[in-house]
Design a protein around this ligand. Structure first.
Ligand code: SF4
Ligand code: SF4
Length: 89
């Protein structure tokens, strides 16, 4: 089973309140934009030169929190009862 197939088995109880947010302006000036590479769920996208983020598919791995040293993230876990449920591995 490859990674995409494993990820497809996850279940999400998506909160309408984002648990991770981008801080306005920080990403524009970020020199490395490592979040675009590190996120296994590809929650970060570069669109017309600007970083956008969608929290709904977040795997709660914390990788973006580690690599973002530019103050671009307001990061927390989802509220109790929400977020990803792993079905495999
Ligand atoms: S989230 Fe952090 S690492 Fe990603 S572009 Fe913004 S400041 Fe840079
Ligand atoms: S916690 Fe992990 S899965 Fe969620 S946005 Fe950050 S890098 Fe992506």
């Amino acid at each position: 089973m490859n990674m995409e197939e494993r990820l497809a088995l996850n279940k999400y109880d998506v909160d309408n309140q984002a648990h991770i947010r981008l801080e306005d302006g920080k990403c524009r000036d970020c020199s490395h934009k490592a979040c675009l590479i590190i996120c296994p769920a590809e929650c970060f996208k570069l669109r017309e030169g600007a970083v956008s983020f969608a929290y709904e598919g977040c795997l709660e791995c914390g990788s973006c929190r580690v690599v973002c040293n530019e103050g671009g993230l307001d990061w927390s876990y989802p509220r109790s009862g929400f977020g990803v449920s792993y079905e495999y591995g």
